[in-house]
Design a protein around this ligand. Sequence first.
Ligand code: SME
Length: 149
Amino acid sequence: MDFTIAENKIRDIISNNQFSDVLQDVVDFLYEHFDAYNWVGIYRVEGEYLILGCWKGKQATEHTKIPIGRGVCGSAAQSGKTEVVDDVSKDHRYLACFVSTRSEIVVPIKKNGVVVGEIDIDSDVSNAFNESDVVFLEKVADMLSEHIC
Ligand code: SME
Protein backbone atom coordinates (compact mmCIF):
# COMPACT_ATOMS: atom_id res chain seq x y z
CA MET A 1 0.00 0.00 0.00
CA ASP A 2 1.08 3.56 -0.73
CA PHE A 3 2.63 5.11 2.39
CA THR A 4 0.67 8.39 2.19
CA ILE A 5 -2.64 6.56 1.91
CA ALA A 6 -1.65 4.30 4.80
CA GLU A 7 -0.66 7.30 6.93
CA ASN A 8 -4.07 8.90 6.35
CA LYS A 9 -5.91 5.65 7.07
CA ILE A 10 -4.01 5.24 10.33
CA ARG A 11 -4.81 8.83 11.28
CA ASP A 12 -8.49 7.98 10.68
CA ILE A 13 -8.26 4.78 12.72
CA ILE A 14 -6.81 6.74 15.64
CA SER A 15 -9.20 9.68 15.53
CA ASN A 16 -12.36 7.63 14.96
CA ASN A 17 -11.57 5.00 17.51
CA GLN A 18 -13.64 5.31 20.68
CA PHE A 19 -14.65 1.76 21.46
CA SER A 20 -11.79 -0.55 20.60
CA ASP A 21 -8.07 -0.81 21.20
CA VAL A 22 -6.30 1.76 18.99
CA LEU A 23 -2.91 0.04 19.25
CA GLN A 24 -4.31 -3.34 18.22
CA ASP A 25 -6.21 -1.76 15.32
CA VAL A 26 -3.04 -0.07 14.04
CA VAL A 27 -1.00 -3.27 14.42
CA ASP A 28 -3.67 -5.19 12.49
CA PHE A 29 -3.72 -2.52 9.77
CA LEU A 30 0.06 -2.62 9.28
CA TYR A 31 0.12 -6.43 9.20
CA GLU A 32 -2.75 -6.65 6.73
CA HIS A 33 -1.66 -3.94 4.26
CA PHE A 34 2.07 -4.49 3.85
CA ASP A 35 3.12 -7.88 2.44
CA ALA A 36 6.61 -7.71 3.91
CA TYR A 37 5.39 -6.93 7.44
CA ASN A 38 5.11 -10.54 8.63
CA TRP A 39 4.99 -9.93 12.37
CA VAL A 40 4.01 -6.58 13.90
CA GLY A 41 4.09 -5.84 17.61
CA ILE A 42 4.08 -2.93 20.04
CA TYR A 43 6.15 -3.01 23.21
CA ARG A 44 5.78 -0.50 26.02
CA VAL A 45 8.52 0.54 28.45
CA GLU A 46 7.98 -0.51 32.04
CA GLY A 47 10.92 0.37 34.26
CA GLU A 48 13.99 -1.44 32.88
CA TYR A 49 12.00 -3.65 30.52
CA LEU A 50 10.08 -3.68 27.28
CA ILE A 51 6.76 -5.47 27.68
CA LEU A 52 4.92 -6.81 24.64
CA GLY A 53 1.41 -5.40 24.32
CA CYS A 54 -0.53 -6.16 21.17
CA TRP A 55 0.83 -8.02 18.17
CA LYS A 56 -0.25 -9.73 14.97
CA GLY A 57 1.52 -12.49 13.09
CA LYS A 58 1.37 -16.20 12.45
CA GLN A 59 3.02 -17.07 15.76
CA ALA A 60 3.46 -15.68 19.25
CA THR A 61 6.96 -14.70 20.35
CA GLU A 62 8.64 -15.93 23.52
CA HIS A 63 10.27 -12.48 23.86
CA THR A 64 7.43 -10.77 25.69
CA LYS A 65 9.73 -9.10 28.26
CA ILE A 66 13.07 -7.72 27.01
CA PRO A 67 15.56 -5.84 29.21
CA ILE A 68 16.33 -2.32 27.88
CA GLY A 69 19.71 -2.65 26.16
CA ARG A 70 19.22 -6.27 25.02
CA GLY A 71 18.49 -7.34 21.46
CA VAL A 72 17.59 -5.03 18.61
CA CYS A 73 14.48 -3.94 20.52
CA GLY A 74 16.39 -3.12 23.69
CA SER A 75 19.05 -1.20 21.71
CA ALA A 76 16.43 1.01 20.04
CA ALA A 77 14.78 1.67 23.39
CA GLN A 78 18.15 2.65 24.90
CA SER A 79 19.29 4.93 22.06
CA GLY A 80 15.87 6.31 21.09
CA LYS A 81 16.86 5.71 17.45
CA THR A 82 15.19 3.59 14.79
CA GLU A 83 17.03 0.32 14.10
CA VAL A 84 16.93 -1.32 10.68
CA VAL A 85 18.51 -4.77 10.41
CA ASP A 86 18.76 -5.87 6.76
CA ASP A 87 20.00 -9.36 7.61
CA VAL A 88 19.28 -10.56 11.13
CA SER A 89 21.82 -13.41 10.83
CA LYS A 90 24.59 -10.79 10.72
CA ASP A 91 23.54 -8.78 13.77
CA HIS A 92 24.96 -10.17 17.01
CA ARG A 93 22.33 -8.31 19.05
CA TYR A 94 19.42 -10.08 17.37
CA LEU A 95 17.14 -12.14 19.62
CA ALA A 96 15.55 -14.80 17.43
CA CYS A 97 11.79 -15.14 17.58
CA PHE A 98 10.84 -16.87 14.35
CA VAL A 99 12.98 -19.08 12.08
CA SER A 100 11.48 -17.38 9.03
CA THR A 101 12.62 -13.83 9.95
CA ARG A 102 15.28 -12.29 7.67
CA SER A 103 15.08 -8.56 8.47
CA GLU A 104 13.66 -6.34 11.19
CA ILE A 105 12.81 -2.72 11.98
CA VAL A 106 12.32 -1.26 15.45
CA VAL A 107 10.92 2.28 15.79
CA PRO A 108 10.85 3.96 19.19
CA ILE A 109 7.64 5.66 20.32
CA LYS A 110 8.46 8.81 22.32
CA LYS A 111 6.47 11.09 24.56
CA ASN A 112 8.14 14.44 25.29
CA GLY A 113 11.41 13.00 24.01
CA VAL A 114 11.30 9.97 26.32
CA VAL A 115 10.97 6.45 24.86
CA VAL A 116 7.69 4.98 26.12
CA GLY A 117 7.38 2.10 23.69
CA GLU A 118 8.25 0.87 20.23
CA ILE A 119 6.92 -0.66 17.05
CA ASP A 120 8.73 -3.88 16.11
CA ILE A 121 8.27 -5.46 12.69
CA ASP A 122 9.84 -8.70 11.46
CA SER A 123 9.96 -9.62 7.79
CA ASP A 124 10.49 -12.97 6.11
CA VAL A 125 12.49 -11.23 3.34
CA SER A 126 15.94 -9.66 3.68
CA ASN A 127 16.30 -5.90 3.23
CA ALA A 128 12.55 -5.43 3.60
CA PHE A 129 12.75 -1.95 5.15
CA ASN A 130 13.98 1.10 3.26
CA GLU A 131 14.04 4.83 4.04
CA SER A 132 10.35 5.19 3.07
CA ASP A 133 9.38 2.56 5.66
CA VAL A 134 11.47 4.43 8.25
CA VAL A 135 9.82 7.78 7.53
CA PHE A 136 6.34 6.22 7.46
CA LEU A 137 6.75 4.17 10.65
CA GLU A 138 8.30 7.11 12.53
CA LYS A 139 5.15 9.09 11.68
CA VAL A 140 3.00 6.19 12.91
CA ALA A 141 5.05 6.05 16.12
CA ASP A 142 4.43 9.79 16.62
CA MET A 143 0.70 9.29 16.14
CA LEU A 144 0.69 6.52 18.73
CA SER A 145 2.64 8.28 21.44
CA GLU A 146 -0.45 9.49 23.27
CA HIS A 147 -1.94 6.00 23.21
CA ILE A 148 0.80 4.10 25.02
CA CYS A 149 -0.11 3.53 28.64
N1 SME B 1 14.15 -9.71 17.42
C1 SME B 1 13.91 -8.84 18.54
C2 SME B 1 13.10 -9.52 19.61
C3 SME B 1 11.63 -9.37 19.44
S1 SME B 1 10.97 -10.38 18.21
O1 SME B 1 11.47 -9.91 16.90
C4 SME B 1 9.32 -10.26 18.19
C5 SME B 1 15.22 -8.33 19.11
O2 SME B 1 16.30 -8.71 18.65
O3 SME B 1 15.20 -7.53 20.05
